[in-house]
Design a protein around this ligand. Structure first.
Ligand code: HEC
Ligand code: HEC
Ligand code: HEC
Ligand code: HEC
Ligand code: HEC
Length: 453
């Protein structure tokens, strides 16, 4: 059924608002608005057909229902919040961003996704399009402000809708709208998510290129094929990020070169890889950096077809060991404490990343200084060895050629891999394979030739 009549008499909206408390539980927005103050996305889908279809394929519509989110909240964060007073706030807090309708309704903890409550709407159309701004100076930890009802916040002047009123609000086109959820401070006061702050410090913010420009790119068309006006720049609601292989491909570029074109057996050849964050407006990895593993693997094939894995050269900075894969290092012991597993030794810190490969990461450390994927249990960090926007770093590979290297060409290939979740953790928690299977996001090969002395 199309053409819902809006009941938006301003008088009705104001009268109903007066009956509401001025703030929710403890002065926050927790419990401020019952579920029925927000429209369901299905209503918007009657008219905004393409936008709704794009959005429903994105993670923004699945923040609460997506399987790994369900596992992490219900099997780690929620039990932890109930036994450890220091992190008690996350019982409600996770939902401020992942199930904002449940948070605003005070329905905490929400029921599991299978129960089909409105928590499942995740970050719905109405959560963004009734958001008027945020409290304070810095957007973070769901410090949003809403005016739910029949007025939708937009940015175009002079458009009209048969479904709702429109309020022109430039806030919608700012990166701060995204920052209310894409910056997170945990119970230890650590910035465990800072995508908006990283962007703000970087070259794209200076150039005026926002989150919307890359994640809701503008294309010609109509946002409502029946009643909408044709515009040159309709926002495509893609929200494609680390879960979109196309978005990941080429986000890091790699080139590799040798320091000599001919080498003899026994020589020392130095290869240098240049690794660039060529495409993202923030760090790679950003956001859920505690879960992502991004690494470079360099392998050579000699004229006899033998393979030689080249480990990265040490640079010597503090905490560098966290950035070089090791199959013997264990981490994530806090999972055992949260789940009451006696004698839990932890899981492989780097999963199945080959020994000696460089990992671009920010290690999140629990109160005991061990690496954790529980971002709410992060008391400090190791070295930030991620790639900033448009930053290039070099990685060296010094290779002492053996005396039996065959004459002929040696092909050296550098590949960059991206895994959304450390596989050791994923397998332990039975997270589906699609969440951790590595994606090859970039590669380049170079050659040199082995000649006799
Ligand atoms: C009955 C059809 C209909 C329904 C239902 C509907 N819209 Fe719209 N909406 C429109 C039309 C038509 C426009 C104007 C489009 C244009 O001409 O650019 C519009 C415009 C908008 C705009 C753009 C405002 C601006 O000018 O920047 C936003 C945002 C919006 N709608 C959000 C929503 C949301 C959220 C919902 C569901 C809660 C919704 N709409 C439901 C028809 C509808
Ligand atoms: C109300 C909170 C909220 C707001 C506002 C918000 N997001 Fe998100 N966003 C999330 C959550 C939660 C996720 C994680 C989805 C999941 O569970 O994997 C997410 C996921 C994403 C992803 C997908 C990441 C991936 O791994 O594929 C992108 C891209 C994204 N958001 C971009 C944006 C942009 C751009 C804006 C601003 C226009 C924005 N978000 C505003 C909460 C929000
Ligand atoms: C210049 C284009 C560009 C801009 C600007 C940009 N992004 Fe991204 N974003 C990307 C690319 C490319 C990726 C994929 C690489 C990756 O996952 O890091 C990405 C990934 C993401 C992810 C998934 C990151 C991860 O590692 O899990 C999120 C979330 C996200 N962006 C949100 C935002 C938000 C919020 C802003 C604004 C504060 C923003 N982006 C600005 C290009 C951009
Ligand atoms: C994470 C926040 C977010 C969510 C969720 C979201 N939008 Fe938007 N939407 C935006 C932003 C930012 C813009 C760009 C500013 C503007 O034009 O209002 C936008 C623009 C629009 C526009 C105007 C398009 C144009 O360029 O003419 C419409 C219509 C719209 N959204 C409808 C929807 C509908 C329907 C849904 C759910 C299916 C939805 N939005 C979900 C943030 C969001
Ligand atoms: C301030 C907002 C915010 C809070 C609070 C928050 N998250 Fe998130 N969460 C996000 C955003 C945004 C993303 C997407 C980041 C990205 O892709 O880089 C995300 C991503 C995730 C992911 C990864 C999803 C994926 O597909 O890779 C999981 C799991 C998750 N959050 C669980 C939780 C749990 C559990 C809590 C509470 C302890 C929590 N989050 C608290 C905003 C938040």
């Amino acid at each position: 059924m199309r053409k819902r009549c809006f009941i938006g008499g301003t008088g009705i909206i104001l009268a109903s608002r007066l009956l509401l408390p001025l703030s929710g539980i403890n002065g926050s927005t927790l419990g401020l608005y019952p579920y029925d103050r927000f429209d369901e996305p299905d209503i918007c889908a009657e008219c905004h057909i393409d936008i709704s279809s794009q959005y429903s394929q994105s993670l923004m519509s699945q923040c609460f229902t997506h399987m790994w989110d369900e596992i992490e909240y219900f099997e780690l964060a929620l039990p932890h919040s109930q036994k450890e007073p220091k992190v008690a706030e996350v019982e409600a807090g996770c939902n401020g961003c992942h199930a904002p309708l449940a948070y605003l309704a005070g329905d905490i903890p929400p029921k599991r996704p299978a129960e089909g409550t409105r928590a499942n709407e995740s970050v719905s159309c109405d959560i963004c399009h009734t958001m008027t701004g945020f409290e304070g100076d810095t957007p973070f930890n769901f410090n949003y402000a809403h005016e739910p009802g029949d007025t939708k916040q937009g940015v175009r002047k002079g458009t009209e809708s048969p479904g709702h009123l429109i309020k022109v609000n430039p806030f919608l086109n700012t990166a701060e709208l995204c920052g209310v959820c894409h910056n997170e401070k945990d119970p230890f006061g650590q910035w465990v998510k800072a995508t908006h702050l990283e962007w703000k410090d970087g070259p794209y913010a200076k150039a005026g290129i926002t989150c919307q420009d890359c994640h809701l790119p503008a294309a010609p068309g109509k946002s409502d094929p029946e009643d909408g006006i044709e515009h040159p720049d309709v926002r495509q609601h893609l929200f494609h990020g680390a879960h979109d292989t196309g978005k990941l491909l080429g986000s890091i570029e790699v080139r590799i070169h040798p320091n000599m074109t001919n080498a003899a057996p026994g020589d020392e050849v130095k290869l240098t890889a240049v690794v660039i964050n060529a495409k993202a407006g923030h760090m790679i990895p950003s956001g859920s950096a505690e879960e992502r593993v991004v690494w470079i693997h360099v392998e050579a094939v000699d004229a006899d077809g033998r393979r030689h894995h080249l480990p990265v050269d040490r640079k010597g900075f503090d905490g560098e060991a966290f950035t070089i894969a090791s199959s013997t290092e264990m981490a994530y012991q806090d999972i055992g404490e949260i789940q009451d597993i006696p004698e839990f030794q932890g899981l492989k810190r780097d999963g199945s990343v080959p020994d000696g490969d460089r990992i671009f990461r920010l290690p999140y450390l629990d109160p005991q200084g061990r690496m954790t994927i529980a971002q709410w249990n992060t008391a400090g960090f190791g070295p930030d060895y991620r790639l900033a926007p448009l930053e290039a770093v070099t990685e060296g590979y010094t290779w002492k050629l053996s005396e039996d290297m065959p004459e002929g060409p040696v092909i050296v290939r550098a590949t960059v891999w991206y895994s959304r979740l450390i596989d050791s953790v994923a397998q332990f928690l039975a997270v589906p394979a699609a969440e951790y299977e590595p994606v090859k996001i970039s590669e380049h090969a170079t050659t040199f030739t082995i000649v006799q002395h």
